[in-house]
Design a binder for this molecule. Sequence first.
Ligand code: ADP
Ligand code: MG
Length: 263
Amino acid sequence: MRSIAIASGKGGVGKTSFVINLALALVQYHQKVLIFDADLGLANVDVMLGISPKFDIKYVINGELNLKDIIYSTEYNFDLVPASSGIVELTHLNSNQKILLKAQMEEVFKNYDYLLFDSSAGISENVLFFMYLAGERIVLCTPEPTSIADAYALIKVAYKHYKIKEFYLIVNMIKDETEGKRIYQQLLYVIERFLPEIKLSYLGGLPFDECVKTSIKSQVPYLKLCPENNISKKLVQLTFKLFKFNPQEAKGLEAFLERLITS
Ligand SMILES: Nc1ncnc2c1ncn2[C@@H]1O[C@H](COP(=O)(O)OP(=O)(O)O)[C@@H](O)[C@H]1O
Ligand SMILES: [Mg+2]
């Protein structure tokens, strides 16, 4: 199992729409995918998919339900752990709760190839927690200077706080490939200068496309709604690149559960 956190610092850069379409692209590669919605914001994964799950992670934290009972199966053949305010409590579990959750996560997560965490905006404790918990991290930014600055700040804090050293970058809403590469080079320059221990790999760029808005409005992933659009093609390419990266040391359910217990 690969566990990947998607984070950005700044909100509204396209994390949730990316996570949903990444999940769908991975399903097309015959992967079993679980999205863990770790965002307390308004534009949640369930809203974007037009679904209303009955239960969420709060029921698990309260001990009312088992993790396996709250998993929602979507029509797109990926599953979802719905978000709730319980996310904050998840970062403050005592050791007994951790042991209990570990057993439930082991049972559920062993059925998946990919576990994708959709994070909140900001650099809060819980965003950093999920970045640490996940074996890999994708940082999303847009060409806006504020978004680039926030991506850098997020990487810096994750490094200082949890000694996280490896990140992938995606530049969203670009006008062409050159723009995406230029922003990657900008970030890389600052990182090499001030945080030389950090490795930032460029996963790719996603173009600005009106279909993303249409897809959110109609609550259908853009990969389904506009499969012929450039953004869908780029997303599939980018997914394939991620699929091939597959670093061994970050992999595995065991390592994930170990991080949960020692967090
Ligand atoms: N590649 C894109 N092209 C055009 N609009 C986009 C793109 N990606 C995201 N958006 C728009 O940005 C807004 C925020 O997207 P969302 O996925 O909710 O971001 P986040 O989860 O980071 O807050 C949405 O209105 C969405 O339509
Ligand atoms: Mg979001």
